[in-house]
Design a protein around this ligand. Structure first.
Ligand SMILES: [Zn+2]
Length: 73
């Protein structure tokens, strides 16, 4: 492979595709809702604010709760 010399023209770069914000917004909103839902179940699904009865979800995400530094016990 030959390296370009100092006087050579720069190599053409491929054009990057652009995504309009109006097409990206629904996916960004859906991802944000999923992320907030996951954050709720990991960080706040316990006790008085619990949406699901019992401690199944709390125990399921218990290691993630400690890993992320949420108060637990
Ligand atoms: Zn704990």
């Amino acid at each position: 492979m030959a390296y370009p010399a100092a006087g050579d023209a720069p190599a053409a770069r491929p054009a990057l595709p652009t995504i309009p914000l109006s097409e990206l917004a629904p996916f960004a909103l859906f991802g944000s809702v999923l992320a907030l839902l996951l954050l709720y179940f990991v960080g706040a699904e316990q006790g008085a604010v619990s949406l699901v009865g019992g401690s199944y979800i709390h125990e399921f995400v218990h290691d993630a709760r400690h890993l992320l530094g949420f108060a637990c016990h």
